[in-house]
Design a protein around this ligand. Sequence first.
Ligand SMILES: Cc1ncc(C[n+]2csc(CCOP(=O)(O)OP(=O)(O)O)c2C)c(N)n1
Ligand code: SF4
Length: 297
Amino acid sequence: MKVEVSRKPLDYAVNRPPIWCPGCGDYGILEALRRALAELGVPNEEVVVVSGIGCSSQLPHFMKTYGIHGIHGRAVAIATGVKIANPRLKVVVVGGDGDGYGIGLNHMIHAARRNVGLTYLVSNNQVYGLTTGQMSPTTLKGVKTKTTPFGSLDEPVNPLALALAAGATYVARGFSGDVAHLAKLIKDALMHRGFALVDVLSPCVTFNRVNTYDWFRARVYKLEEAGHDPGDYFQAYRKALEWPTLDPVGRIPIGLFYRNEDKPAYEEEVVKLLGGKAPIEADLQPSAEAVAALLKG
Ligand SMILES: Cc1ncc(C[n+]2csc(CCOP(=O)(O)OP(=O)(O)O)c2C)c(N)n1
Ligand code: SF4
């Protein structure tokens, strides 16, 4: 008989406090992830949290789950391997906007088009935090940082529009200043079939003095309270363009932009190819005859 065990957010905590600056948005993401896992009752040993490099990428150290603190920009690639090898695992990817939308952006696009079953949480603080305040791909035009002392000349990356264009089947934006709302988005992302991006507006209180909690609170509004239909791809795309592409200082939609459960996840296709077995269960060693036939052409 299977015994159901109810879980609490602290069941996913380790005996070691996070080392982020007091007030950092990453605390909100950590709490929301723990709450989402607890509400779903996911066993600790069935969760793998994979990160890159950055302040936010330290998150796996504070989770009592499996974890990989990887290399800068490559978290999605590592996580793709984990998920395909063992599709039963909940694979969560965490990292900053520099990690995910700069050096690692290509991996997000390819994971989205393949519909790999990952829950990707991007701590979007619009700056490089760990390396002390350089411009990032989501820094708004005109904002002064250590590397843009006269104001950034670049248009910011629009991660939600990019993810939608790439074929992502769950696209959402949360705010680390609203943990309950963010936890719900993460919970739904964890249940989603395929690739899920949750971009999180997550203030860096030390190096970004422009995009603060107050700045966001004055601008965010919830899509679910504005009559948005997350089943409508084109409506989702128009909403994704609202900020930062069309109006970088105006209102910012948060919530679920788009969800499509009809497309098979990549790992499902792999299992089908292997006759119903996951790669960790299948015998992937080709016979000598099969190798010889392959070489012969
Ligand atoms: C290949 C490589 N390039 C550059 C760095 C230096 N580096 C470490 S973290 C980082 C960016 C951190 O910003 P972000 O990814 O946005 O995360 P945050 O610290 O803001 O959470 C950079 C450029 C590195 N570690 N490896
Ligand atoms: S430097 Fe910024 S991102 Fe890094 S821990 Fe401090 S507040 Fe958070």
